[in-house]
Ligand binder design. Structure first.
Ligand SMILES: Cc1cc2nc3c(=O)[nH]c(=O)nc-3n(C[C@H](O)[C@H](O)[C@H](O)COP(=O)(O)OP(=O)(O)OC[C@H]3O[C@@H](n4cnc5c(N)ncnc54)[C@H](O)[C@@H]3O)c2cc1C
Length: 462
């Protein structure tokens, strides 16, 4: 009988366990997880802070009990201390008893995910220890943020990516005076071009969020909090100023949690385990390992707009890759189709969605790209109401292929990014998208839908 060891169980681990057990109900599947819960949807943290969550317990879609019932041997509150990849054995410490056990396995599944980036900034370690600065990733972090947000009058959020922007938005909505700091000179700078982020910055401004952009944080210092909680209060020092608040949230990105496998497996420079189309890891010399799989935030993705291995920590990738492990654990049979890193976010009344490369992202990677932007109402103006959609299409002037798209509107345009995502995955050119069959019906769309319209405009500009 085959024995599998799964290390880490949030999204990639949960989906890997269920897919393996579905295909091989008679196998022994050991699941090791440090936490006492699994499958936590971190995307709900900001929404919970803003009281948009019906019941925080519903931010989990599975449980140790459910996986045990599916046939897994669960080792919750177990910290995997080391893994001998070549020897097929690992050691895990029971965090309740302190006991260390040794486990032999035939196949290894690495779903250890990611950890928040904690840059080496003066005073940060102490600020994290004392709770003046909080991280935003797992259930424990979520509870700490929710509790503090109940009494804090002010906050500094460091990092204006999706996570920082969403937290800052919700803080401002519940009356916490918020400063949003980022080293880059725009909010959401890695996800959207300025055609979109200018409007977002205006929305932050209108809601009283102070934007402190284009400035690196250089130090954290304890300060007197105004919420009466001992040990609260922090001054965030940047290259351009000092911001004092009752609490700070650090959202400076994520790094793969793969130290256990250093020097044993091939990794990108940042520590992401390089996997092939069948989720198989390889030795540092590139030899593919048939019995070692990785998925989710601990691993690379194939990024279709560039065709290269990349690091894009998203639950969508973790889920799809985790599922594929069950399909490929005996033999390489089902290929991973890659990702466009398609995503969406709602800030105030602005809906935004994106897929593939931004113009800025293409430039950073040295890829020739042109960008076409249009703004048109999503449906005809004979309707009693309508509202504009700003659409940016990023495309290659060399191959004419679509590289990316971004959308912003007060209307729900989230599905538009999914349409272009599929087009990129299928290798569409701007000409193909311009001629694609997209419906017209006045409740929903113009005679020429904004997705087709931007492609037609790109063809005209080519
Ligand atoms: C605030 C926030 C909002 C987000 N919003 C979205 C969103 O809207 N859409 C989206 O697609 N993505 C979103 N993401 C990203 C998404 O949450 C991650 O991509 C996803 O959690 C990755 O899942 P994973 O299972 O690969 O890794 P992780 O979630 O990092 O889980 C890894 C697990 O491994 C365990 N582990 C690690 N090492 C060990 C060890 N040695 N022993 C035992 N256990 C170990 C950890 O305890 C953890 O439970 C968001 C992330 C955050 C933080």
């Amino acid at each position: 009988m085959t024995t599998v060891a799964i290390v880490g169980c949030t999204h990639a681990g949960t989906f890997a366990a269920t897919s393996i057990l579905k295909q091989h109900p008679d196998w022994t599947v050991h699941v090791f997880e440090r936490n006492d819960s699994l499958s936590f949807l971190s995307c709900g943290i900001a929404l919970w802070v803003g009281d948009h969550v019906s019941d925080p317990k519903r931010m989990f879609y599975s449980s140790p009990k459910a996986l045990a019932e599916a046939g897994a041997t669960m080792h919750m509150r177990h910290d995997v201390l080391d893994v001998d990849v070549a020897g097929k054995v690992l050691r895990a410490r029971d965090m309740n008893t302190g006991e260390v056990g040794e486990y032999r396995y035939d196949k290894l599944v690495i779903t250890t995910g990611s950890a928040p980036v904690v840059p080496p900034i003066d005073g940060l370690d102490e600020a994290l220890e004392s709770g003046r600065v909080l991280l935003c990733k797992n259930w424990d972090h979520a509870m700490a943020i929710k509790e503090r947000a109940g009494s804090a009058k002010s906050a500094v959020v460091i990092g204006a990516g999706y996570i920082g922007a969403e937290i800052a938005e919700q803080f401002s909505e519940i009356g916490v005076k918020t400063t949003l700091v980022d080293a880059l000179d725009r909010v959401l700078a890695n996800n959207f071009d300025a055609t979109i982020t200018d409007d977002v910055e205006q929305a932050f401004d209108e809601h009283g969020v102070t934007l402190a952009l284009g400035q690196k944080v250089t130090a954290f210092r304890p300060a007197a909090g105004s919420d009466g909680i001992e040990g609260s209060g922090v001054t965030v020092v940047t290259e351009k100023g000092e911001y004092t608040a009752d609490m700070a949230i650090l959202g400076a990105g994520f790094r793969p949690n793969t130290a256990l496998f250093a020097d044993q497996l091939r990794m990108l420079k940042n520590g992401a385990i390089v996997i092939d189309d069948y989720m198989r890891a390889s030795l540092p010399d590139n030899t593919v390992l048939d019995d070692v799989f990785a998925a989710g935030d601990s691993a690379t993705v194939r990024y279709n707009p560039t065709g290269a291995d990349d690091y894009i920590p998203l639950a969508t990738n973790a889920v799809r890759q985790g599922l594929l492990i069950g399909e490929n654990i005996v033999a390489a049979t089902k290929r991973y189709p890659g990702t466009q890193a398609t995503s969406a976010v709602q800030l105030y009344d602005l809906a935004m969605s994106a897929t593939g490369l931004t113009a800025g992202g293409a430039k950073r990677r040295g890829i020739a790209a042109k960008s076409t932007t249009i703004t048109q109402d999503y449906r005809p103006d004979f309707m009693l109401t309508t509202t504009p959609v700003t659409t940016t299409l990023v495309w290659s002037p060399v191959t004419r292929r679509i590289l990316g798209a971004q959308f912003l509107s007060k209307h729900d345009i989230s599905q538009a990014a999914n349409v272009v995502s599929v087009a990129i995955q299928a290798g569409f050119t701007i000409d193909q998208l311009a001629g694609a069959d997209l419906f017209f019906q006045p409740n929903f769309s113009q005679p020429i839908n904004f997705v087709g319209a931007v492609a037609i405009q790109a063809v005209a500009e080519s």
